[in-house]
Design a protein around this ligand. Structure first.
Ligand SMILES: *Cc1c(COP(=O)(O)O)cnc(C)c1O
Length: 423
């Protein structure tokens, strides 16, 4: 390994890639003085994303998390009515939610006072397991809301999940923050749920430096979200309020960046796909697999390339709440060894998003596998069918450097470093 030199310029997991048009639209916001949460960039971005996704209404917001908050509040009010001031729309109600996801999927349900019940993951796409979801409805038949994320840009088993939700009269909030541009049976993610969200955070497939958007076919809902996002002002000459509002609207400056990025979405996906394919090819002699997707029905956006190590090729690795230990072993490796090695050579990988049911904040929330409620079993390290698939993927998987500015030569070095870990 001594022959390999650390990268002079850090290789990122995923960083913003600008093209030039962004600054043009930002400048036009400046020069026309629309330095506000109103302006042409916002209108254009809403229009263009609606067209791209194939959805009727879009509301540009300050973040994907804000979009999710408005989406789950909307769903809650639709299901349970308007709450009293100071109360959330989901108070006293359970909500089913993806388990292996970023915390921003789950947190907005908590903002609205909902009780999260996490649904285990399946191995085919690393997303919500429809079998576990069905089980969850057996255990909690009153639940009426399912929040489902598409991890790392790979569409979940949408038809199955929609079918189950429909049978149980439940609404769906789709978290497509990581999957903008990914499609399932020819339709874009972000249009399958009742209220959906995307994100323009700095590390997403396209970015505004920040920002997000709520997507829905429900015109009334979209108008309400727009109102809530601008402090819920009523139509009166003075500040008049009947509902709780937020300052969640997207800035016209940020929208300028997003507007400049939208024409490059497909190009970014192409680059990310090439990175995924090159890893797949370069690692195919090792006891590892890439993050899987439904080849027949879906086309991911390949936002992050990830890998999972075969069970019998795992070296010993023990994770506490903050620290991790592993024992290096010839012919084997583990995520920590690979991440440490990449870091040593100035490349950024990341562990798989730690399952929500294993986060201390959610330790009392229920967690449903395809075998039923499995709170008691969730420390199981090696998963068999129906025991904590999410923790198994977390233990054996990792996200690889997936920056679309990484060259083929740089990626070859990363592939070589991973091989060294298994020697
Ligand atoms: C990034 C992300 C979000 C939040 O988006 P922000 O724009 O950063 O608020 C939500 N869900 C998932 C799955 C994400 O990856």
């Amino acid at each position: 390994m001594n022959r390999i030199k650390p990268f002079e310029k850090k290789i990122w997991l995923a960083s913003p890639t600008m093209h030039g048009e962004e600054i043009k639209y930002v400048t036009s916001a400046y020069e026309t003085n629309w330095m506000s949460t109103v302006g042409e960039n916002i209108d254009k971005v809403e229009e263009q994303i609606a067209k791209k996704i194939g959805i009727k209404n879009t509301v540009a917001l300050s973040s994907g998390t804000a979009a999710l908050h408005l989406a789950v509040r909307m769903a809650g009010e639709k299901l349970y009515g308007k709450p009293r001031a100071g109360h959330g729309s989901l108070e006293g109600h359970r909500v089913f939610c993806s388990d292996v996801t970023f915390a921003a999927t789950a947190n907005p349900i908590t903002y609205e006072g909902g009780e999260l019940v996490f649904i285990d993951t399946e191995y085919d796409t690393w997303n919500m397991d429809p079998e576990a979801l069905e089980k969850a409805f057996e255990i909690y038949p009153d639940v009426r809301l399912v929040v489902v994320a598409h991890l790392y840009g790979t569409p979940a088993k949408i038809d199955e999940i929609r079918g189950i939700a429909k049978r149980h009269n439940a609404l769906i909030v789709e978290d497509a923050a990581e999957s903008l541009g990914a499609s399932y049976k020819g339709r874009q993610t972000g249009m399958f749920g009742d209220y959906n969200c995307i994100s323009f955070n700095g590390n997403k497939i396209i970015t505004g430096s920040a920002g997000g958007m709520l997507l829905t076919d429900d015109l009334e809902g979209a108008n309400k979200a727009r109102k809530w996002s601008t402090q819920a002002r009523e139509n009166a000459p003075w500040y008049q309020h009947e509902e709780v509002g937020y300052n969640y609207r997207m800035s016209n400056v940020i929208a300028g960046v997003v507007r400049g990025q939208i024409p490059h979405l497909e190009e970014h996906i192409e680059q990310k796909k090439a990175i995924y394919e090159r890893y797949k090819e370069g690692l195919n002699d090792l006891p590892v697999k890439m993050n899987p997707y439904d080849v027949d029905n879906s086309e991911p956006n390949y936002w992050l390339s990830c890998m999972i190590i075969d069970k019998d090729a795992m070296c010993k690795q023990v994770r506490g709440e903050q620290d991790v230990l592993y024992i290096s072993e010839s012919g084997k490796s583990c995520p920590t060894e690979i991440l440490d090695t990449l870091a040593k050579y100035n490349a950024e990988g990341r562990p798989i998003w730690k399952p929500m049911h294993m986060q201390p904040i959610f330790r009392n929330n229920d967690f449903i596998t395809c075998g039923g409620s499995s709170r008691a079993k969730s420390n199981a390290y090696i998963a068999t069918k129906c025991t904590d698939v999410g923790m198994d993927i977390f233990a054996r998987g990792l996200c690889l450097p997936s920056d679309n500015k990484m060259t083929a030569e740089e990626q070859d070095v990363i592939i070589k470093l991973i091989h060294e870990c298994f020697k």
